[in-house]
Write a protein that binds this ligand. Structure first.
Ligand code: FE
Ligand code: MN
Length: 469
């Protein structure tokens, strides 16, 4: 019928119209996606001239959950018998650091191991909460574990006069807890360690190398101190470098253990067990900057060392910056910049602004409102006592011993900050210092010489150009 015919025509029109609309939509989508590609190209073109980035490196936070101690006898004994970490205030120092980050907004921060005191599960949990707040404020976080963070049989809580054995965490748990702080963002992960590579900024890759050996900690009953980079991890580094080179990205290596010796006092366990092999790999791969920690003092070294006459001066220089421990006076970190256009990297130590944080939060504890003086005094007293007791039974008078202990203490404060050596000529003219030259044996006299030995490069400032790829 006609009615049917009209209806059919109408339906045909709808179909034709529908096809037309669909066609336009597809065309639009095509245009849109072309537009996306165009935009993508534009972004890529802009990325060829990207802005310099700022980032911070902190190490050896040795964060301890506040809930794990009551400030009682057991905790105080533990702290005073330790290596100078300011554990009673570690939560406050970390909060001040979070506040510094929120104010100065570095693009990303690197935490290069020993992020907890002794790998306590709740310390990891509380630290993760703080890292979450940091990332929420717009700064990315990249972490690797140190020798204290995993399978640690020394994990303890402190109650009254008792130490209580508590839970640590495993390597698997570490990668899931710290997923948002490196592991989930990894471009590549090493199969046999917790090493990973990330594109931290345009034109900049970080090789976050896990140099710690924690698999036998439970068996040993203590956390193994020394570190190494295994042959399979070295191979993985080769692969990462190849990928980074394809996109002409610069590379910074981050490890917990030191690539180079940062002290002339021979002390095992700081430098990588296979530092020479690792150095060979880095040099072959054009990695000329490593960031490390572990030794807890501030020191920058270079290989080949210009003051070492036997060194092969034709080799391309590789730097290892050991940043001093976050948990130890002067509670500083490395403030860095990278300019992708010039590949220039700058490094400069910067103190955590605990005083400013305390004032802003109306905290009245004088140790926090005058933090710099308090932390330095607390650290200095330890060195004073050590030096003084080493002089027991010596030929010196009581007054002389005191002067000598004072000189040692003042020098050690600067040594850990990276400002001894050429920056300590004022201290080397004191009567206390001069008396030490009459001591020829014992640890402290050798240590005094190490501290004041002139060296290059400077320990708290560095500018280098990353290798071109
Ligand atoms: Fe440490
Ligand atoms: Mn360590």
């Amino acid at each position: 019928s006609k009615k049917y015919q009209r209806k059919k025509e109408k339906t045909d029109k709808v179909i034709i119209l529908g096809t037309f609309v669909a066609f336009i939509l597809v065309l639009g989508l095509l245009f849109y996606s072309t537009e996306l590609y165009t935009n993508h190209d534009t972004v890529a073109a802009v990325n060829e001239d990207p802005k310099p980035v700022s980032f911070w490196v902190a190490t050896d936070l040795h964060y301890l959950d506040k809930g794990l101690h009551d400030d009682g006898q057991a905790f105080q004994t533990y702290v005073s018998g330790g290596d100078g970490k300011l554990l009673p205030y570690i939560d406050e120092i970390t909060e001040a650091f979070v506040s510094d980050i929120k104010q100065k907004k570095p693009n990303f921060i690197i935490l290069s191991g020993d992020i907890t005191n002794n790998g306590e599960r709740s310390s990891h949990e509380e630290l993760v909460k703080k890292l979450h707040r940091i990332e929420k404020s717009g700064t990315s976080v990249y972490v690797i574990p140190g020798n204290h963070d995993l399978f640690n049989p020394w994990a303890r809580a402190f109650k009254d006069d008792k130490q209580i054995v508590i839970d640590g965490i495993t390597d698997k748990e570490f990668t899931s807890m710290y997923g948002p702080y490196g592991y989930d963002e990894a471009l590549s992960r090493d199969k046999e360690s917790l090493s990973y590579a990330v594109r931290a900024a345009s034109g900049l890759w970080l090789l976050m190398i896990d140099s710690s050996q924690y698999k036998n900690n439970q068996k040993f009953g203590f956390p193994q101190t020394d570190g190494r980079v295994t042959p399979s991890t070295l191979k993985w580094i080769d692969e990462c470098v190849e990928s980074a080179t394809k996109e002409h990205a610069s590379i910074i290596a981050v490890l917990h253990h030191n690539l180079l010796d940062h002290t002339t006092m021979s002390r095992a366990g700081f430098k990588l067990n296979n530092s020479q092999e690792t150095m060979k790999n880095f040099r072959k791969n054009g990695i000329n900057l490593a960031l490390s920690g572990h030794i807890h003092m501030q020191d920058i070294r270079k290989d080949p060392d210009e003051s070492d006459k036997s060194a092969d001066s034709t080799l391309s220089p590789v730097y290892d910056i050991a940043t001093s421990a976050f948990a130890v006076n002067p509670h500083q970190f490395g403030a860095m910049t990278f300019d992708p256009a010039t590949r220039i990297v700058n490094y400069k130590t910067e103190p955590i602004n605990v005083e400013g944080w305390a004032k802003a939060n109306l905290i009245t504890d004088p140790n926090l409102t005058n933090f710099k003086a308090y932390a330095e005094k607390t650290f200095g007293e330890r060195s004073y006592n050590k030096a003084y007791s080493s002089l027991k039974g010596s030929k010196f008078t009581e007054a002389q011993k005191k002067l000598m202990a004072e000189a040692m203490s003042a020098l050690n404060v600067r040594y850990f900050a990276g400002t001894a050596g050429s920056r300590a000529s004022d201290l080397m003219n004191t009567p206390g210092y001069k008396l030490w030259s009459e001591v020829t044996d014992g640890f402290i006299s050798g240590y005094m010489q190490t501290m004041t030995a002139p060296k290059q490069p400077d320990n708290i400032n560095l500018q280098i150009v990353l290798t071109k790829r």
